[in-house]
Design a protein. Structure first.
Length: 118
């Protein structure tokens, strides 16, 4: 049905184009949650990130790694997630390879023993 003033759309007459378009759109809509879950699984737990929100509360993403992950870096205390964690010489005190000076720098990850949060 054509309404007054609406342009005629080219068609082969059998509606095949519309059917293919609907099927493609339906497949994309169904695959979006699956693709999104896969990308979350890739960033969760291994320290890799694309955005600050991938890293945990108040932790910053630097160079594709969360500031509190091993092998990562920080620029400011605020990059390390708060709760007393410090950025000491470019490493978060609460990172597995970070250094601490006081228990308060371990941000709930134990006590500072031998310069490491344990």
């Amino acid at each position: 049905m054509r309404y007054a003033g609406s342009p005629a759309l080219p068609s082969s007459g059998n509606g095949l184009e519309v059917t293919v378009l609907k099927q493609t759109l339906f497949a994309l809509v169904l695959s979006a949650p699956v693709l999104g879950a896969g990308s979350l699984a890739a960033t969760a737990g291994d320290g890799k990130c694309h955005f600050d929100s991938d890293c945990g509360p108040s932790v910053k993403c630097h160079g594709g790694k969360g500031a509190t992950a091993a092998g990562s870096r920080c620029n400011f205390d605020s990059d390390c997630g708060g709760k007393g964690a410090k950025c000491n010489s470019g490493k978060c005190s609460n990172a597995p390879d970070g250094k601490c000076h006081f228990d308060s720098e371990c941000a709930g990850k134990g006590k500072c023993r031998g310069g490491r949060c344990k």
